[in-house]
Design a binder for this molecule. Structure first.
Ligand SMILES: Nc1ncnc2c1ncn2[C@@H]1O[C@H](COP(=O)(O)OP(=O)(O)OP(=O)(O)O)[C@@H](O)[C@H]1O
Ligand SMILES: [Mg+2]
Length: 414
């Protein structure tokens, strides 16, 4: 049987599924079938019809486009997009019979992708480097994209070539550090973004939605039901609204608490930063002084010593890397605690994050660079975080582990 041609893509959807597409679904159908739209993100609530919509649009390319093409469908677990495709084949057996080949034989529901009688190929692959590397594609679709590791998404981008070269990502936006959320929220990424909510869809039960609204947190409801990715602000490691509450006007004056110093050493791009904080009561920390240098180890070590002698801290905590700095300082003093960043970094930043959220770090507003770095801080960032790391060290409360593991965690504690 010949595959019928439809003027409007929504009629193709109705024809294949027997369902009426919503306005949002029609917009996605149009964009996916438009040669001009190369990069597409569909971020919508759970069970809101994203995968089915893209499955229908893919079938348009497979059966209605006039040249044979290669399509790669990637998903982290069960490929629901392909499940929808196979359902559609099942529903329309008479139509597709003879057009769909699997492993050289005609079959209506092949398991791992198929070829059409006109030579178009659809590959169904898991989200691993091994499975997707080396498959050339005109179009890549990544379903449940938040569950796919960022480097796998980048590998998949590398599979694309040719005049169609289209990538489509679909997901609920539930992982803030995913490329999916980044691309869905940052206009510079130049992705076409489609977003819709599961609220008000005819196939969703109103009382269930009501329960979700009651039981879910505001953020969870936004992601799971509204399909709205967290904004840059919501994703920030140190939320701006909390940083603002930590900042005070005027000079930082001492209040008689203990002084603690944190030192983060400069590597290639960054500076060596020393932060002096005062412990006020049990939990509050006030930033008294910050100093930075771009100097090699043997020149920065005496500078650090001058500050230590001036401030008379109860403790000085420094990163134990790079070792050249540690060695230069050890020649001058045995009073510095060197902490292994690999072991302590997450803990230190976790503590600082809690301090900021609870407004327990007091930062004078003239500490412009520190405030800027806190605002833009991202986990795993490797440059532009030296002021934050130095403050995290200065505020860090650690317990000396009692097991032999302490030898690994703390390289020198005198
Ligand atoms: N236009 C529509 N009319 C009626 N039902 C629809 C429509 N679109 C989708 N559905 C129903 O919603 C179900 C889920 O669709 P789909 O798998 O595309 O959702 P999804 O948004 O990808 O969900 P998930 O968040 O779980 O991945 C479909 O199996 C179908 O029953
Ligand atoms: Mg889906």
């Amino acid at each position: 049987m010949d595959i019928p041609k439809f003027e409007k893509i929504e009629d193709w959807f109705k024809f294949l599924t027997g369902l009426e597409p919503t306005g949002d679904q029609v917009n996605v159908l149009k964009s996916v079938t438009n040669l001009e739209d190369k990069k597409i993100v569909v971020s919508a609530g759970r069970q809101s019809g994203k995968t089915l919509t893209v499955a229908v649009a893919i079938l348009y390319w497979v059966f209605c486009y006039n040249e044979p093409i290669k399509i790669l469908l990637i998903s982290p677990q069960t490929n629901v997009l392909y499940y929808h495709i196979r359902n559609i084949f099942d529903r329309n057996k008479d139509l597709f019979e003879g057009h769909v080949l699997a492993e050289g034989v005609y079959s209506l529901v092949p398991l791992r992708g198929f070829t059409t009688d006109r030579g178009t190929q659809v590959w169904v692959k898991g989200a691993t480097d091994k499975q997707i590397r080396g498959i050339p594609a005109d179009m890549v679709v990544i379903d449940e994209a938040c569950e796919v590791k960022n480097d796998i998404i980048l590998t998949a981008l590398g599979n694309l070539s040719g005049k169609i070269s289209k990538i489509i990502l679909l997901s609920t936006p539930h992982k803030s550090n995913s490329l999916f959320v980044k691309w869905a929220t940052e206009p510079e990424s130049q992705f076409k973004v489609f977003q819709w909510s599961s609220e008000g869809l005819a196939w969703h039960d109103k009382t269930l939605l009501e329960t979700k609204r009651k039981e879910m947190s505001r953020e969870q409801y936004a992601v799971e039901v509204l399909g709205r990715p967290p904004t840059k602000e919501e994703r920030a490691f140190f939320p701006k609204k909390h940083i603002d509450k930590c900042i005070f006007e005027g000079e930082s004056v001492r209040e008689g608490g203990q002084i603690e110093i944190g030192v983060d050493f400069g590597e290639t791009e960054s500076k060596t930063v020393l932060t002096v904080v005062e412990k006020i009561g049990k939990i509050r920390r006030k930033v008294l002084y910050v100093k930075s240098w771009k100097l090699p180890p043997e020149l920065v070590a005496p500078e650090i010593m001058t500050e230590i002698l001036k401030w008379k801290p109860s403790i000085v905590k420094a990163d134990n890397r790079p070792k050249e700095y540690r060695e230069a300082l050890k020649k001058l003093t045995d009073k510095i605690v060197f902490l292994d960043g690999i072991f302590h970094k997450d803990l230190m930043l976790g503590q600082l994050q809690a301090h900021v959220r609870e407004h327990n770090v007091l930062i004078p507003q003239n500490q412009v660079e520190l405030i800027k770095q806190l605002t833009t801080y991202k986990r795993g960032k490797s440059t532009g975080d030296d002021y934050v790391d130095s403050l995290a060290l200065a505020c860090y409360e650690f317990e000396v582990p009692r097991t032999s593991f302490s030898k690994v965690a703390i390289s020198s504690i005198e």
